[in-house]
Ligand binder design. Sequence first.
Ligand code: ADP
Ligand code: MG
Length: 376
Amino acid sequence: MRDGAVAAIDVRDLTKVFGSGADRVRALDRVSLTIAPNEFFTLLGPSGCGKTTLLRLIAGFEQPSEGQIFLDGDDIAGRPPFKRPVNTVFQSYALFPHMTVAQNVAFGLEMQGWETARIGRRVAEMLELVRMETLGDRRPGQLSGGQQQRVALARALANAPRVLLLDEPLSALDFKLRKEMQVELKRLQRETGITFVFVTHDQEEALTMSDRVAVMSDGRVQQAGGPDEIYERPVNRFVADFIGETNFLPAEVAQRGARYRVPGGALLSGRDPHDHAEGAEVTLAVRPERVDLLPDGTAPGNATAADATVGEDVLAGRVAQVVYFGTDTLYILELDGVPGEFQVRVQNRQGAQAEFAVAARVGVRVDPRAVQVLVD
Ligand code: ADP
Ligand code: MG
């Protein structure tokens, strides 16, 4: 966010505890987040990590145990939901079944005392925005799931809230419709300029739709940043594991902030945002698509290595399994001296890549930019 700009939402040290005694649940644990105006911000995490609780606190349906929430710079503690410039879209649409589409969209505006002609214009505008202009007279029961969700969006956008909260709005839709609605939601956010706080447990949805993502687990924000930052530079094992596929390698710091020795003796280079001391035991995260497979000749133990320095940024091993995925091929390797398996994904571009059979000896060249040292 620009310096000096007021955040749309600023959450500071927010804690929410439900129940007491043995039933006590700490749903949120000192969560701090800043969401910029017009941002498409996503809360991503597994079921039970506190995503809905955070939305309900922002909307005012629940009160925090500790901490503060600022909307456009104002502390909104004690302000009831209807006095917050915030609307929510739920997974379950929550439309009024006995009202038409147009009446559903008009409902909130009538509650707010808008005059009839203005409501009519606004409803038409909203139905056009969500591409439902011909279906205003239908009832929710006569609509598909995707159409019902469009009505719910039109209703939530009708009074132009500053912030729209969306709690897993696409998870009830089938795959193809979900893809369509992802594009649709991005368009709506761009066209309206409203700040979206979107909740999902689907990492691909989070990466493809968001300006920024907060990865949550156990009531805490593990990392917040742009999709590329979260993917390329995960700070800990949870984030690296939850987002995409990752190889974890045990290692010892051989040179602080620069080089790491893995079991079997190979040295890898990479960055260490946590600046571990020399000799420290660390875990390296390496993405399967960020490494190259080398033919046998370049693997350690064979002195004819032509295009790789043996043991320097090159691991040695054997192909255990080959899985063809169409766009790419997954090689499951057993590395010399390293427990567990190591995965490599190679794009299937015609003629561009040598193929490797099960049991072949291979080298794995690891680009230093592909190596990230984790906190745990
Ligand atoms: P998510 O939306 O990420 O799946 P929730 O925010 O719904 O997670 O829940 C976070 C934790 O808080 C869970 O352990 C859940 O059981 C608990 N929780 C949520 N709401 C309540 C409530 N009203 N009473 C007791 N526990 C709750
Ligand atoms: Mg939830």
